[in-house]
Design a protein around this ligand. Structure first.
Ligand SMILES: [Zn+2]
Length: 71
């Protein structure tokens, strides 16, 4: 199981996601629908609790994904 504490970002993780959100090769589209504000608030962060810790990834609306190497 997981606890509420598994769902947080430390400062390094937060910075890595911020940096990636602004720097990745964003396609600015979702399928054939143009994104409204690509890379300006279209980021989702996914927490996946595992037996060795919580894996964290971030997904942009353009489909790009960042896997944080935090385990
Ligand atoms: Zn993007």
């Amino acid at each position: 199981m997981f606890t509420a504490r598994d769902f947080h970002l430390n400062e390094d993780e937060y910075e890595a996601i911020q940096k990636w959100a602004g720097n990745h090769n964003c396609k600015c589209r979702v399928g054939d629908r143009p994104s409204r504000s690509c890379c300006g608030g279209e980021i989702s962060v996914v927490f996946t609790p595992t037996s060795i810790g919580t894996a964290i990834s971030a997904v942009c609306v353009c489909g790009e994904k960042l896997e944080l190497d935090n385990l």
